[in-house]
Design a protein around this ligand. Structure first.
Ligand SMILES: [Zn+2]
Length: 330
């Protein structure tokens, strides 16, 4: 850029109010996520991440590999040991997808929180295709999420109305969108999601059961790294108390009804509570998620929530692509 022009821009920027400056910054941060997918570059990145320990045959894991021409513009390799051929995507969930460029574009739409109809329209595929792709991505994310909790844990439950949205074999009349449960309080019409967070940023959120969870339901959901001592922070919740006893964890119970929210400045469940409210707020855009897909969406929320917290959009995009494209076939 010409020096004079650059100086002029800097001079103009200096005249902006703090709010206007923030707008300019947001503009550049957003435009970082350019809409043009550079297919070759994307595939290169995926290859480097998938074969980060060297090129090996996905069939027999031998490393005596030679190039073997191209099919559909995609590099093919041949293994000299088992004599089978493969591409950069063999054995991954997206092996069968022909429209790779459109698929990568759909990942971007997901990161931007676009709905299925919006995504389908923007990339020029049908809604069922966009749906199929989205769930391939979500299952891969779920499969790759292996967080274990350790140290000080905040655990709480939250409830969602059971939904069979999109299921043609409904056992009963469909509820109107955003409907209410017939029974008051927690019943089997409600799906219990257990969320556990530790203070190192590990998180688990998963469906535990229908209705109120037992200590065993909770135990099945929470993956614990039991190397160190565990300390559980919860509100008054009989099953969480039993769960702590059952596993011999230290347990600190906050009596929220007596307005005891924090003990010794460190024992509280405010992180898990704020996670719940961000989750509910985020899920609202989908206007009800079918219960059988809820676990997928919980993983998806966890990914975007982290991306919002501490990774840049461009990094999030790359992470999503490599997670989906390098995970073993579903
Ligand atoms: Zn082989």
């Amino acid at each position: 850029m010409e020096m004079a022009l650059k100086n002029y821009i800097l001079k103009m920027l200096a005249k902006l109010s703090p709010e206007e400056r923030q707008e300019v910054i947001s503009y550049f941060l957003d435009s970082e996520l350019s809409n043009e997918i550079d297919l070759e570059n994307t595939i290169n990145k995926i290859r480097e991440s998938r074969f980060n320990e060297g090129l090996v045959c996905p069939h027999c894991h031998n490393d005596d590999i030679i190039k073997h021409g191209k099919t559909n513009k995609q590099q093919r390799y041949r293994c000299k040991s088992c004599e089978r051929t493969f591409t950069d995507f063999t054995g991954t969930p997206i092996e069968q997808i022909m429209k790779k460029k459109e698929f990568f574009h759909s990942l971007q739409c997901m990161l931007e929180g676009k709905s299925l109809p919006e995504t389908a329209k923007e990339i020029g595929v049908s809604i069922p295709t966009a749906f199929d792709w989205r769930h391939k991505v979500l299952s891969a994310l779920k499969k790759n999420k292996n967080d274990k909790l350790s140290g000080l844990l905040e655990v709480d439950d939250t409830f969602f109305l059971h939904s069979e949205k999109g299921n043609p074999n409904l056992a009963r009349k469909p509820r109107k969108r955003g409907g209410k449960a017939k029974k008051r309080g927690v019943s089997n019409e409600q799906v219990c999601v257990i969320v556990g967070l530790d203070r190192d940023g590990n998180s688990i959120s998963k469906i535990a059961c229908h209705g109120r969870p037992s200590a065993n339901d909770i135990d099945k959901v929470l993956r614990i790294d039991e190397d160190g001592e565990m300390l559980l922070c919860t509100d008054k919740h009989p099953s969480l108390g039993k769960y702590a006893k059952m596993n011999e964890f230290k347990h600190i119970e906050l009596n929220l009804s007596k307005n005891i929210r924090v003990i010794k400045n460190i024992y509280h469940i405010q992180n898990v509570n704020s996670y719940h409210s961000r989750l509910k707020e985020w899920l609202r855009r989908f206007k009800g998620v079918a219960t059988r897909y809820l676990d997928n969406y919980l993983c998806w929320f966890d990914f975007v929530d982290r991306a919002g917290r501490d990774i840049k959009k461009e990094t999030a995009k790359r992470q999503l692509m490599t997670t989906v494209c390098s995970s073993a076939a579903a």
